[in-house]
Design a protein around this ligand. Sequence first.
Ligand code: NDP
Length: 434
Amino acid sequence: LQRNAGDLEFHQAVREVLESLGRVIAKHPKYLDSSLIERICEPERQIIFRIPWVDDQGTVQINRGFRVQFNSALGPYKGGIRFHPSVNIGIIKFLGFEQIFKNALTGMPIGGGKGGSDFNPRGRSNGEIMRFCQSFMTEMFRHIGEYTDVPAGDIGVGGREIGYMFGQYKRLTNRYEAGVLTGKALFYGGSRARTEATGYGATYFVERMLATKSDAFEGKRVVVSGSGNVAIYTMEKILEFGGKIVACSDSNGYIVDEDGIDLALIKEIKEIRRDRISTYKQLKGNGARYIEQGSIWDVPCDVAMPSATQNELTGKDARTLVKNGVIAVGEGANMPSTPDAVRIFQESQVLFAPSKAANAGGVATSALEMQQNASRDSWTFEQTESRLATIMHNIHDRCAETAEEYGSPGDYVLGANIAGFVRVAEAMDALGVI
Ligand code: NDP
């Protein structure tokens, strides 16, 4: 704790995993040998750097950049880059720590890492975004590589930013190393279905979880928080499965549309205009309401899909959702529910899909992008999505079976933590004390 003083989100993430491990240790005391658990909690490497760049007014701006290379027992470090003013080392460590177990759950050969900057992209011109991305990569390029560390996108980093970073990497290294970043556009080495993968994957997971109760998304009222990459493609797949989306949000407020959210309009606002969600009401007119601030979780629903950011769903929100009859919660964002909220859902028999399992579809498809880059191949959308669906079903089943094996059937938090931990721990054990 002392070594990570003040890193509250990191403490929260570590505590949640460690609380699940008692039963594994009882069964396999060898995991207490060679300080394996202490080693897993300590990043292999942490890089913090200055990012100087020039804004449109000619003023030099300074931001701070981070890359935490947490664990490479299973493969090269893999995890996204986040650009958001709230980013600090504690946030990046929490995300990197979660990423280790998430990546292990995919069954693919990828280690865990995460990076980012406290840069706020909101309101910045295209030129400013490009210069910032170039400056970020000017330091980061020396720490990454196809066999070392393969970053991707996260909050504030989408296809445009990945493109600018890849361009600068190529220029600095004089190597067309497509496998160094994932989330690339199709025409220079990207994978079909990567953009959709996290949201689609979370939906596949929850559909499978509902099926254990002979239920499905068909006819359900669903609330999805956020309106970024994960939220948009969660909504798209839920609509395909016959659900009705009644609310979504951004950091300023949320919209409610009892006719069902018009997803084409959301895409137009967010992906093309890069505007605020409040414009939905102006453009849609009748039927839609916009609520500034407030909690989106006040909107009654059968299924809740928090897909914006960490700790966005509190104990109070969880109680409201339960009172309003929620039957399932699927975490698209990383750690969006506070520990209180998770406890309330579990005590209330709500089906609860934790982020490290439910949102693993993004990184899994990134690993598929790495496979395509390595073999200089490009798969069809159908082929890639069908791999994604199989991976998500496998993750679901592994979590469910592990929870059952360790005496808590239906506890996906326990199942995900133990299944992820065991795979990493076995690899670390085999590699010796390094
Ligand atoms: P985007 O930047 O595309 O979208 C983020 C959305 O969440 C926006 O609507 C944003 O609103 C909102 N948001 C962000 N921060 C806050 C905040 N502090 N309070 C309220 N709302 C906020 O990011 P993604 O969709 O890629 O990521 C969303 C979540 O999913 C994150 O937790 C991320 O770590 C996780 N995730 C993403 C993956 C991916 O493949 N992209 C993979 C696995 C997990 P605004 O525009 O107002 O800021």
